[in-house]
Design a protein around this ligand. Structure first.
Ligand SMILES: [Zn+2]
Length: 390
């Protein structure tokens, strides 16, 4: 792959989709738009997303996840055995219905607008999850490309609804084996196709680590409706992730954990520093941890020195949800602190999360996202100068 500069600037995944594309995807779902016509809309949107990143100085670009309705549910289109069910459909199958209904009330979105992938039959990869997206993006840019995939823990845990998933699979261990095989095949295919960076999204780890049993915003508990022991859950997640990446040490793999993916409103965002997760991160054979630090105090960064040598940090230094611009100076000072702690060659710069994390609700405008990315590039340029001199 291309040689990256120090402090490579990248994105976590998604960029806002143009309203015309959202509308076209809605019509395609209802059978009112031919796949070829939808592809024309997607192509245009991906090209615009890539140009925007290039113009803003992003070194490792994504396709803006323009073809995905959200970061996760697209797998139902590529994998047999996974079915998209609306939260309304799911209500009939969850064990703790009153909790589930309180959770839905907190979400404040129309129930029909959120659909979750649920395992209802044995998993079979009908099509690669992301190779066609990668190839489409490669035709549009020479820059290295990052592809995000749902992580194995999220796929195993949140796609499991006891009443439906226990028919094809004995238990979640059993499902985990097929999920690991699915993602290993995908890693191999993406590697062969020249993908520079594969990131696994595991927002559920934050749920497990930080949410109180009755906490709001806990999608996992809402669906599973039973108490989970955080330590055994996190150990299970480490095991699944390591089984996926075993043998792929030469690839740049990443793990993104954030605390707001499932909750569009700030009031139900999870809180908590990453300290709770660090011992588990240390056991993961993942190259890079892509984490949210925009709202965290600089001092919290020191804990990251505990990660084994060779592990990188994708430092989230901008809140993708806000209109206010973080000052370049703040980004520089936070990043410099981390670079001095773990070494500049181990630090990437990115926003805290994607710019369109939830259903059809971009968390920022395209102009807002571009302005934020420019702040990252300006900060990276300053940091490169200052570390080249020192
Ligand atoms: Zn995120």
């Amino acid at each position: 792959m291309n040689q990256l500069p120090l402090f490579p600037v990248t994105v976590v995944g998604s960029l806002p989709r143009p309203p015309s594309l959202i509308e076209a995807m809605g019509r395609a779902r209802q059978g009112q738009l031919a796949p070829a016509e939808l592809e024309t809309h997607v192509q245009a949107a991906v090209e615009a997303a890539i140009r925007l990143q290039e113009e803003c100085g992003v070194d490792v670009v994504s396709d803006g996840e323009q073809a995905r309705p959200d970061f996760y549910s697209f797998i139902a289109e590529r994998v047999d055995g996974v079915k998209l069910l609306s939260l309304q459909d799911l209500a009939g199958h969850v064990e703790d219905r009153p909790f589930f209904e309180r959770f839905l009330a907190d979400l404040e979105v129309p129930l029909s607008s959120v659909r979750l992938p649920v395992v209802v039959a044995p998993l079979r990869r009908r099509d690669s999850l992301a190779v066609s997206e990668l190839r489409r993006a490669q035709r549009l840019t020479d820059r290295p490309i990052k592809v995000a995939l749902p992580g194995p823990y999220m796929l195993t845990r949140s796609a499991w609804v006891q009443a439906l998933s226990s028919r094809p699979y004995q238990d979640q261990e059993d499902l985990g084996r097929d999920v690991v095989a699915l993602l290993r095949q995908e890693l191999e295919d993406l590697g062969e196709a020249g993908c520079a960076f594969v990131q696994f999204d595991e927002p559920m780890l934050a749920d497990v680590a930080f949410a109180e049993p009755e906490a709001r915003g806990n999608m996992l508990r809402a669906v599973l409706s039973r108490q989970l022991d955080p330590d055994s859950e996190l150990a299970f997640a480490v095991d699944l992730i390591n089984r996926v990446v075993d043998g792929f040490e030469d690839m740049r793999t990443g793990l993104h954990v954030c605390r707001g993916h499932c909750a569009p409103q700030d009031k139900i965002r999870l809180r908590g520093s990453y300290h709770r997760l660090l011992p588990y991160f240390c056991g993961m054979k993942i190259r890079q941890f892509v984490l949210e630090y925009a709202s965290e105090h600089e001092d919290h960064l020191e804990a990251l020195a505990r990660l084994p040598a060779g592990r990188e940090i994708g430092l989230g230094v901008l809140n993708p949800r806000t209109a206010e611009m973080e000052p370049v100076e703040t980004v520089v000072s936070k990043t410099r602190k981390l670079a001095r702690t773990i070494g500049p060659e181990r630090v990437f710069l990115n926003p805290d999360c994607g710019f369109e994390a939830f259903a059809n609700r971009p968390v920022n405008t395209t102009t807002g996202a571009a302005a934020k990315l420019r702040v990252l590039a300006l900060a990276a340029a300053r940091l490169r100068r200052s570390f080249a001199d020192s």
